[in-house]
Design a protein. Sequence first.
Length: 336
Amino acid sequence: MTLWLTALLVWMAAGARVGRVLVKPATTARVAIVIAVAAVALAATVAVPEIAVALDNLRPQGVRAGWLSDGVVVSAWVTFVTATSVVAFAAWPVCSRQNLRQVAMAIYSLGVVTVVATLAWSFTFGWEVVTLGAVFIIVTGLRNLDWTTLGRGIAIYTTGTAVVAGLAMLEIRRAFTEAPPVAPGQPNWAWQAWEVASLLIAFGAVWIVVELWVRARVLLRQIRLLHRIMIGRFPEVVAHDQTGTSTQLRASDQVAQIMDALYLQSGGGVVLAAVASPPPSIAERADVVAQWARNPLGDVVLDARWIAPPEGISPRGWVQAIARAYDATTLEPARN
């Protein structure tokens, strides 16, 4: 059951990458990621015992049991490292956008030759290519690690590739020790490791989409109360012809609407000489803006300098800080 679930999840990741190519320009790197994840999904599917047995039944007479399913699996992983190598090569300074397409065609050609040689000559050769390609991908991934959304996705993807490299070396060792091949449909101890590698690669491939969606959902929840109050006070900031329906677009729209409403409440960008300059502390400044947003007719008077995002913080982060302070001032009277 876990093998079926793994294959399903990897195919879902491949579908998500296809959707990203459809809504964004189909660059060489994006297409390569689609090919790589689809290859992993194919390998995960053939790893299902029922699929492996059914595929093996199609083998020609005189061919050993398991040859066809094993051939599909090793070819799929060769395709994975081939397509991912295109993305990895694009991250090196020696590659420019102008020559990436030509380099990609050369890498794909080598991948096709490798698959043909693997099926016609030796599966061990295919696993050797998988190992070398995985090492190149790992080195490139380690060079590009950082604590960003993209960096976290690269880390997960690279970890999955490292597991693939280790398992490929075990396949090479098994071939040289002349261990008996595993019968089709009979899972061995390494299958769970292949599942983990497949899931890590699939998750890393869609990490950016997932994290941005989660962050947008969290943002919508944090600014919900402030947004409702401000658009109720200034409904003109909402464009009635907005067609964006995705979570990320809605979050961006609501941040912009809150900022527009705050500017309108401050007098449309007027700077008042009688108003003191905002303090450098973001938290203190957000508390004052939140109190003023709650009671614009009170003792607190602010101008456009207070509404503009402080230096070093994005409009989204600034609105989040105001929304948190606004919610805090809402909860304090309720507790009292």
